[in-house]
Design a protein around this ligand. Structure first.
Ligand code: ADP
Ligand code: MG
Ligand code: MG
Length: 210
């Protein structure tokens, strides 16, 4: 079943709810190795994204994704807003002019989003950032797509991989972002951005599962 503009809008609303529910958790994670604002930043950004969602009857999935990008870039200070904003902007461009999205389109948007985060933040896997979760998710999604799995299974595999990538950040020493200022003392803590990325992929998987 193709993904409609309404589905993408529903996903944005679902992710905004997940971020609101996990706001304090994300703040706690960021308090350990950053400046205790990741949950607040993302909650503010996603609330702005929901407030500016276009009418699904006259918008494409790409339009919805571009609106989220604009909200995140304009409303969120700090690292994560521009990084997620760039991800949504690249995802929007990847599916430009598509009235509905196939599984191939969704996987291409996931890959484009990762490329956006990397272009903007220059982090590599293993640097203890959101890239660790996002890259694992993109690879798992591409593997599942290549094996002919339906979208629900592709997104379930992506969400599982994102959570693995998130947990794998715990022992790492941060090499990018604020946590890198701590050096070795950043080890032993789960990265907040990898956590919010895992939540995003789980929200996508949950929605596709119905
Ligand atoms: P800030 O660190 O400016 O307060 P946030 O707390 O909202 O911003 O976001 C912190 C998260 O951003 C980190 O946990 C990490 O996952 C992510 N991050 C920081 N710098 C980079 C980067 N260069 N590339 C990818 N992700 C990054
Ligand atoms: Mg922070
Ligand atoms: Mg900050």
């Amino acid at each position: 079943m193709p993904v409609t503009t309404r589905d993408v809008r529903d996903l944005v609303e679902a992710y905004a709810r997940v971020v609101a529910d996990n706001r304090d958790y994300l703040v706690e994670l960021d308090a350990a190795i950053g400046d205790a604002d990741h949950g607040a930043n993302l909650d503010r950004g996603m609330q702005a994204a929901v407030a500016t969602l276009p009418d699904p009857d006259s918008a494409t999935p790409s339009d919805v994704l571009r609106g989220v990008a604009t909200a995140l870039i304009s409303k969120v200070g700090g690292a994560a807003g521009p990084l997620y904003g760039t991800a949504f902007l690249r995802a929007s461009t990847a599916v430009k002019d598509r009235p509905e999205l196939t599984a191939e389109d969704v996987v291409a948007a996931i890959r484009a989003g990762l490329d956006g985060v990397v272009a903007r933040g220059k982090a590599e896997p293993g640097d203890k950032t959101m890239v660790d979760a996002w890259e694992a998710a993109a690879r798992a999604a591409e593997r599942a797509l290549a094996s002919g799995a339906p979208l629900s299974q592709i997104l379930a595999a992506a969400a599982d991989a994102a959570e693995e990538g998130m947990r794998a950040t715990i022992p790492l020493v941060a090499r990018k972002g604020r946590a890198s200022y701590l050096g070795e003392r950043s080890a032993g803590h789960q990265d907040p951005g990898a956590t919010s990325t895992a939540l995003l992929f789980r929200a996508m998987a949950d929605q596709a599962a119905g």
